[in-house]
Design a protein around this ligand. Sequence first.
Ligand code: PAF
Length: 294
Amino acid sequence: MKLLRSVDELRAYSDAERAAGRRIALVPTMGALHAGHLSLVAEGHRHADTVVVTIFVNPTQFAPGEDFDAYPRGLEADLAQCRAAGVAAVFAPPPDEMYPDGPEGGKTWVAVEDITAPLCGASRPTFFRGVATVVTKLLVVARPDVAVFGEKDYQQLQVVKRLARDLLLGVEILGAPIHREEDGLAMSSRNVYLDAGMRAEALVLSRALDAAEAAVRHGERSRDALLERATKEIATASHAAIDYVELRDPESLEPVGGTLEGPALLALAVHFPQRVGADEVVRLIDNRVLRPGV
Ligand code: PAF
């Protein structure tokens, strides 16, 4: 497995793979890899000959006061996991390779309109600009045939699909299903911040999704009733503080009407303290597309 540190190395590597007739799958990550990331790699293998993982904790998607400094990092362990998963190359650049003029020094940003406004964009107003910019840079340099993103970050996946289409990048953007721990908690590099008690409380996210899905299966179609069902479940965790609980159109991310008439995205973002009494909070997201009639 190759370890690529510079943009030039990534470009040369991808050019050579393409010239040899091999299809490339790119899997962008911020490292701290877990089984969820490895499922993205597996999806890459299904669609390409060469899987390239990028590991870069992207400063421009963190607002001041967020967890950029604390974000878990462990390159050696990440490389070992990539090697075992059959990854051909890892691109792990230092920050000045991606931002030669410093994180805020560049004059060009990729801003995707409309679908970045609600949900995570409402509470993290600069987040998607940072994501869209770094992902565009990675796609432009590597020019993969496909790129794989997790459906846990559902809105991010829609944003990346939109920018790839609008900027004519000629890459197919694939979503991979949410990977869950056995007890239902969606895998996230941020789960390690939670102590055992808060981790147990965090199970209310997947329970809220299960409850709403069960209600739909039993015929519930009222948006408000479904939101109330999910909200009540989250409220059973005494330290949970809701950022949002919303039902949105899965494609446009527009709010759904009062009655579900087709698939609807139930999206959740909830804060928990890292442990009882801690000032540091962990923001977890989860989602499920509810399908009336299935
Ligand atoms: O989902 C992530 O890990 C990041 O947002 C991404 C897509 C790698 C961009 O930094």
